[in-house]
Design a protein around this ligand. Structure first.
Ligand SMILES: NC(=O)c1ccc[n+]([C@@H]2O[C@H](COP(=O)([O-])OP(=O)(O)OC[C@H]3O[C@@H](n4cnc5c(N)ncnc54)[C@H](OP(=O)(O)O)[C@@H]3O)[C@@H](O)[C@H]2O)c1
Length: 351
């Protein structure tokens, strides 16, 4: 199969480097261009300090190009993976779509735009159809990922959706890498916990309403269940842990809920995609798991390591379901999520 030429924007950052790692030997995409801040132009991937534990040497000789979307399109790029900060994305991603590029973005800038899907293929693959409404005068489009905490929550709620959810209350314990590089100062976070992450709680409530919403022509009717979150930064490196209380519409039986979690499968639309985990949600019965140290790379096959969410401490009483969930914020919640979105778009013939 001929690989689709792609570019990574923000390739020096922590998410950008995961893009490079996941795309270095990808069966469908080939990284031909990388971009970051202006000062990087002309330098090579090999010159950039490595932030992640992965071998990027296959792409080491790639030189940084200016952040010019028309030039990328003229150079034959079709797919753009964006790990830019939101304020930069706000300028650049519409220029990319206008130039005919298909953008898979991690930034929050366009998540709530009505015709832009917040795509998590196992949850809302049908919402990818929204891109058709962006393509009225260009072949390009923007598809976003959810916020890294919302992604973990959405996957952990997937087995419960069919039974009817009324309200979700959660506390998150979020890793330092969620703030990017260099992120928080060591003096602020070492041996400490910070009980506030600006904007995060609002994003979780808004984004999950859209993700679990119903596609209605060119818009989405948001799910009307309530989501209340407390987001807390903790001194772990990778992996956002969530403590979740779900109020269901009706009384549920523990055996039924356990079965739903044990048999949670990806829908057919997603099965077999290169980065899709065989099981998107894994249930552990070990009372001491999931832990960031041990479960952050959950998921099979090898290409889907870090793409599965692990759920544990499952407790059911009346109409309440409680659990702890762990998601890899950099893979499932960021680069891997975007790559999976692009694979789905490719399978559907949208690239
Ligand atoms: N970290 C996570 O867990 C996570 C999860 C989900 C989504 N996200 C989102 O993903 C995006 C990237 O996050 P990150 O954690 O990888 O951040 P990061 O480590 O701070 O990396 C930011 C990247 O953007 C580039 N950049 C910054 N300002 C720029 C400018 N004016 N022009 C061009 N490039 C510029 C940086 O290049 P230089 O190095 O050259 O400055 C770097 O490559 C953000 O929108 C973030 O909110 C992050």
């Amino acid at each position: 199969m001929t690989k689709l030429p792609c570019a990574v924007l923000g390739a020096t950052g922590v998410v950008g480097q995961y893009f490079l790692a996941l795309l270095a030997d990808h069966p469908e995409f080939q990284v031909q261009k990388v971009c970051a801040s202006e000062s990087r132009t002309g330098r090579r991937i090999a010159d950039v300090p490595r932030l992640i534990d992965a071998d990027l040497s296959a792409l080491g000789d790639l030189e940084f190009s200016p952040l010019d979307m028309v030039s990328l399109a003229d150079a034959g790029i079709r797919v753009v993976f964006s790990a830019l900060p939101a304020d930069v994305s706000k300028q650049i991603e519409p220029q990319a779509a206008q130039a005919g590029l298909c953008v898979f973005s991690n930034a929050s800038a366009f998540r709530m735009a009505p015709q832009v899907p917040i795509l998590i293929p196992e949850v809302n693959a049908d919402q990818l159809a929204l891109v058709e409404y962006q393509q009225r005068d260009t072949s390009g489009f923007i598809v976003t990922n959810a916020n890294c905490t919302t992604t973990g929550l959405a996957l952990a709620l997937l087995p419960l959706r069919a039974l009817g959810i009324r309200r979700v209350i959660l506390s998150s314990y979020q890793a330092i890498s969620g703030a990017g590089y260099p992120g928080l100062s060591a003096l602020d976070i070492s041996g400490n916990v910070i009980p506030y992450i600006a904007g995060e709680e609002e994003k979780i409530a808004l984004e999950s309403g859209k993700i679990f919403g119903r596609l209605n022509g060119e818009t989405i009717c948001h799910a009307d269940w309530e989501v209340q979150a407390h987001c807390i930064r903790v001194p772990t490196r990778v992996g956002h842990l969530l403590s979740v209380h779900v109020e269901m519409e009706k009384t549920v039986a523990e055996s039924q809920i356990v079965q739903l979690y044990e048999h949670c499968e990806a829908p057919l639309a997603v099965q077999g995609l290169a980065t899709a985990p065989h099981k998107p949600v894994l249930l552990t019965k070990d009372p001491c798991r999931p832990q960031p140290l041990h479960d952050v790379l959950a998921g099979t096959p090898a290409r889907a390591r870090g793409m599965a969410v692990t759920v544990g401490r499952l407790q059911v009483k009346g109409n309440a379901v409680r659990f702890v969930a762990l998601a890899n914020n950099l893979i499932r919640g960021a680069a891997g999520g975007s790559v999976l979105n692009a694979e789905l778009a490719h399978r559907e013939g949208r690239l």
